[in-house]
Design a protein around this ligand. Structure first.
Ligand code: ADE
Ligand code: ZN
Length: 326
């Protein structure tokens, strides 16, 4: 079999995708022109030349400043709509998309612009593409817990449009417990919970233990350092916890894809699946991540099919809707 054709054709859910990480240089230029913003880089190649990441911090230093071209609800719609069309081509039938409202409210863009633009694209995807699309609100962990709580309060009027909450940005000195109260309140409001446990961070395994045992998350983003603690792996397996891994992203923010860890969890029967994280920056959408992992780790069609099944089983689709896919 041609593994690329197989990977693209495989119906899959994408569960770890930052909408702000789908901003391609071409759309960045279009939005900058629309909003009268002058950009330092004048060509796509010049923009791509700045994608010289060695770790999470150096990635985030390029990622956040790029967002200033996003201002109106239409801009947010156009960003998400471009991604959703691309996702359809990659075999995605369901997606749970992260968005970072504080990356916008912190520079004066109203929360309403962000959520209404993204929501409109999600509805349009259902109607025009047959792709089911949901939103997960992420708090930026390098801001305060108070700002996260205020953001949660701002989101409550839009609760019906938001499936769950997550935690992203720089993990160093910002452990999960910093947000224990915010996540307890989010859970009480009916949101599902996930948190990033980025690869090879200081105290990674302790943070993974805390998100499972203290926060009580419904899923973990990245989190493959869990292989360091077999007892914790056993617990994650017993609970059916999903791990949203991102092989190509891993190769940018660390020096490796972390294929051994991903495959080890897959073989143990843990619910791992493959996602793209920030595809515009890492140069690979979700099917391309399946192909990269398959080529690197020698996986065949049966393994890729298992990853795709895991993507539905770890999704936050209701059981009735999940049945349509697995
Ligand atoms: N924001 C966007 N991508 C991220 C990642 N991989 N880790 C943490 N924060 C992020
Ligand atoms: Zn991420």
């Amino acid at each position: 079999t041609d593994i690329t054709a197989f990977a693209f054709g495989l119906p899959k859910a994408e569960l770890h995708l930052h909408l702000e990480g789908t901003l391609e240089p071409e759309l960045k230029f279009e939005l900058a022109a629309r909003n009268g913003i002058e950009l330092a880089e004048k060509t796509v190649d010049e923009v791509k030349a700045t994608y010289d990441f060695t770790d999470l911090t150096s990635f985030l230093a390029v990622y956040y400043p790029a967002m200033r071209v996003l201002q109106t609800a239409e801009d947010f719609h156009d960003l998400a709509w471009a991604y959703l069309q691309k996702a359809k081509e990659q075999g995605v039938v369901h997606v749970e998309m992260f968005f970072d409202p504080q990356a916008h409210t912190s520079r004066g863009v109203p929360f309403e612009n962000v959520i209404t633009g993204y929501r409109r694209a999600a509805l349009r995807a259902q109607h025009e593409l047959g792709v089911s699309a949901e939103l997960i609100l992420c708090f930026l962990r390098d801001f305060s817990a108070e700002y996260a709580m205020a953001t949660l309060m701002e989101a409550l009027p839009y609760k019906a449009w938001i499936l769950g909450v997550g935690l992203d940005s720089d993990e160093r000195d910002n452990p999960p417990t910093k947000f224990a109260d915010v996540f307890a309140r989010a859970k009480a409001e009916g949101f599902l919970l996930t948190m990033h446990c980025d690869i090879d961070q200081v105290g990674s395994i302790d943070n993974i233990r805390a998100v499972i045992e203290e926060i009580g998350v419904d899923r973990i983003d990245h989190g493959t350092n869990i292989v360091e603690d077999p007892a914790l792996v056993a617990l994650a397996k017993e609970r059916g916890l999903g791990f949203t891994t991102c092989p190509v992203s891993n190769s940018f923010v660390t020096s490796q894809m972390k294929a051994d860890e991903i495959v080890s969890l897959l073989r143990e029967g843990v619910r791992v699946m493959v996602n793209s994280d920030d595809p515009a920056y890492f140069g690979a959408y979700v099917a391309e991540n399946y192909v990269a992992l398959a080529n690197h780790a020698g996986l065949g069609p049966a393994d890729l099919a298992r990853l795709a099944i895991n993507s539905f089983e770890a999704s936050w689709l209701t059981p009735a809707r999940r049945e349509a896919y697995v």
